[in-house]
Write a protein that binds this ligand. Structure first.
Ligand code: PLP
Length: 400
């Protein structure tokens, strides 16, 4: 890496990106291209000789921009928010600069230790129970996505149950969640070998505002236990994908406890709001959870990807996901003095993602992050009022 060449080219790239953001509203938000458009525009094979950065940027402008859907446009309203920010962007730059692969503490101590610290900071900001802090038996970890988060905790819960009942009982293990739960859980069940007939997607409807009813859950549990099945995993959602429904955590948590199920809370999208004291009530009951997850890359100004997961018992994760080959052994790990995040996730390699969280927290401060959330909610309320007032929508039988 030639530092001066980097300086010159990176400045040029930053200018290019800043201009992109300056003009982002000029683009149609949704890309207008047809499938396969790019193959006709690019050569059949990679260039033999080096090309200039300018020629690449020209191609980005002419050939890539048309195929981009502009998630960062202020006019983008699809799926869910995915707000980038200057702090998040700078954190990504720094992470790319170090380019460490921090799977074990020894591979880059700061990568592990900063992750532990910022996740403790966030846990305190969310007023999560102390059991989720790294000072006890639990702790936080950055996953790429909520899908990976639910997968790793499902595997930990499955293995915990199999240790208790015996390996032959996999076919009897049952998962519970509402039918509004994100399909990430279904995927986790598929990967985790949970029998499809043992996945209970319990009906949630308008009568409970699309939240999972504790009564519906209890009835299903009675039926299943009477048949000799073993409930082992309950997933509640705070802010479902289709309607931002909030499952009643305190009631579900106590049912989970009675049945000795792992209780996971998926707050992928809405969790960020709980950094404001007035919205923290939506995760009341998280005290009962074994794991809690939210995506900072959705609504917390942290560039993709950054999904934060806390567990109360990190050893449950480690028992399921740890491997210890000769080539990864080192003194700090052997002495059990350190956290090795490779044992808390599916891949071995991992990026220095805590840098961007650290920058977001430091450059904005919690007060401004709360203001930002409050402003979005104020805008949503304004939108709701406009919808309610609009006779065209009411005539369509639209109800809120
Ligand atoms: N859970 C909820 C409630 C979501 O809204 C989403 C994304 O829309 C997910 C899980 C999956 O998120 P990811 O893409 O991080 O796996």
């Amino acid at each position: 890496m030639d530092a001066e060449q980097l300086r010159e080219r990176a400045h040029k790239m930053v200018d290019f990106i800043a201009d992109y953001y300056k003009n982002i509203e000029d683009f149609p938000v949704l890309s207008q291209v047809e499938p396969g458009y790019l193959r006709n525009l690019l050569p059949e094979s990679a260039p033999h000789n080096p090309e200039s950065l300018q020629s690449v940027l020209d191609d980005v402008q002419k050939k890539i921009f048309p195929g981009v859907t502009h998630w960062q446009s202020p006019n983008y309203f699809a799926y869910y928010p995915s707000n980038s920010s200057i702090a998040g962007f700078l954190g990504e730059m720094l992470s790319a600069a170090f380019n460490v692969i921090g799977f074990s503490w020894v591979t880059s101590p700061a990568a592990t230790e900063l992750e532990m610290i910022v996740l403790d900071w966030l846990a305190k900001l969310l007023k999560l129970p102390d059991d989720f802090l790294s000072s006890g038996k639990g702790g936080g970890v950055i996953q790429g996505t909520a899908s990976e988060a639910v997968l790793v905790v499902l595997l930990a819960a499955r293995d915990r149950a199999l240790r208790r009942f015996g390996k032959d009982y996999l076919k009897k293990l049952v998962v519970y969640a509402s039918d509004q739960t994100h399909s990430a859980l279904q995927k986790a069940c598929q990967i985790g070998g949970i029998h499809p007939e043992n996945c209970r997607w319990l009906k949630a409807d308008i009568s409970t505002n699309y939240a999972l009813s504790p009564n519906v859950l209890s009835e299903e549990l009675s039926r299943d236990t009477a048949r000799g099945l073993i409930p082992f995993f309950l997933c509640a959602t705070v802010g479902t994908t289709s309607s931002t429904a909030v499952d009643p955590l305190p009631e579900l948590g106590s049912i989970a406890k009675r049945h000795e199920m792992w209780f996971h809370v998926d707050a992928a999208y809405a969790g960020s709001a709980c950094v404001c004291p007035e919205y923290r009530q939506y995760i009341d009951g998280v005290e009962e959870a074994d794991s809690f997850n939210m995506n900072l890359h959705k609504w917390f100004l942290t560039n993709f990807d950054c999904s934060v997961l806390w567990v109360k018992d990190r050893h449950a994760l480690i028992r399921s996901l740890s491997t210890n080959p000769e080539y990864l052994k080192n003194k700090a790990s052997e002495a059990e003095l350190v956290v090795d995040y490779k044992d808390w996730q599916i891949p071995l390699g991992r990026r220095f993602r805590s840098l961007k969280v650290w920058l977001v927290l430091r450059l904005y401060g919690t007060e401004n992050l709360q203001k930002y959330i409050r402003n979005h909610i104020r805008l949503a309320e304004r939108f709701e009022a406009l919808v309610r007032e609009d006779p065209r929508l009411l005539h369509q039988g639209f109800s809120l």
